[in-house]
Design a protein around this ligand. Structure first.
Ligand SMILES: [Fe+2]
Ligand SMILES: [Fe+2]
Length: 296
């Protein structure tokens, strides 16, 4: 009987993935301060915030603010991972600490950008930020393998989100596009670690698919706890280049193919059902996407 813990036989492989992560991360420029257009900064005491100072289109602002309010809940993401992997391999604890130190920069970079460029009302933003962190986040699943699949999807979704918004933001502010692409690089490395840990398990035993089914089918971003999340995502889908179509094409379809779910050969009844349910869900979203594209 399989259990939902990471498989100890894969410890050497996961150590390899962590070493690879550190190597790649060492090649990234960590001078985050250089991504902020400091020349635009003014004291809020001398020049109070006013709506007329806003320069970006509303959809882009909502996208950046939503990303920021998702990243600020890092203390809760770390809490969840720490709880989930408490009795797991040491290398996972090491990775979670490295990961936290990298994620730690994301919300401050986005917030500093918004404050310096005055694209948001700072008092409103800080009240929202407090409310989101106070609400916290702790998902229903706390088993290690489900968490690995969830974080794979979440990191890839975040990476795609930053790159797609960068494309829309670029013509309005090239500095913002550069900043978003820098964040996307971190998310790409995170995604690779989680994704390949999942892949290694499926290669070792395709019956592990049972632990991935629910999180794949019920995936929603951890930002779902913030006020007006649904409205925000609708606006972002229309105005900032990230919605259900992009989720299917650039996230779900990508992991389903990378994990080669269609060709897995699980042997238990439960695992065969899990595989089929994922493929059914994938097929349903694909049909919705094809219909939406035909309408365009
Ligand atoms: Fe992040
Ligand atoms: Fe990340």
């Amino acid at each position: 009987m399989l259990n939902s813990d990471l498989d100890m036989r894969l410890e050497p492989r996961i150590k390899e993935l962590y070493e690879l992560h550190k190597l790649r991360a060492a090649n990234i420029d960590w001078s985050y301060h250089e991504f902020i257009p400091w020349d635009k900064a003014m004291s809020f005491k001398r020049v109070p915030w006013d709506e007329s100072q806003v320069t970006l289109p509303e959809g882009v602002i909502i996208a950046i603010e939503t990303a920021l309010l998702t990243e600020v809940n890092l203390p809760w993401y770390t809490t969840h991972l720490d709880y989930t992997f408490k009795n797991s391999m040491d290398v996972i604890s090491d990775f979670v600490r490295t990961w936290t130190s990298e994620e730690d920069q994301h919300s401050s970079l986005l917030e500093t950008y918004l404050l310096v460029t005055r694209n948001v009302n700072p008092a409103r933003l800080h009240a929202l930020r407090k409310r989101v962190v106070e609400t916290g986040w702790f998902p229903e699943f706390t088993n290690p393998l489900a968490t690995m699949a969830y974080t794979s999807l979440q990191e890839l979704a975040t990476l795609v989100f930053y790159n797609n918004v960068a494309r829309i933001a670029g013509p309005h502010d090239p500095d913002l596009a550069t900043l978003l692409r820098r964040l996307a690089k971190d998310e790409a490395l995170h995604y690779a670690f989680y994704r390949d840990t999942v892949k290694a398990h499926l290669e070792l035993d395709p019956n592990f698919i049972v632990f991935f089914e629910k999180v794949i089918i019920n995936f929603s971003m951890p930002g779902v706890v913030m006020p007006d999340f649904e409205d925000r995502m609708k606006t972002i889908a229309i105005e900032a280049n990230y919605g259900p179509l992009q989720f299917f094409d650039q996230v779900l379809d990508v992991v389903v193919k990378y994990w080669d779910i269609a060709n897995l050969q699980p042997t238990t009844e439960e695992a065969i059902a899990a595989k089929n349910n994922i493929l059914k869900y994938h097929g349903r979203l694909k049909r919705l996407k094809d219909r939406a594209e035909a309408r365009k």
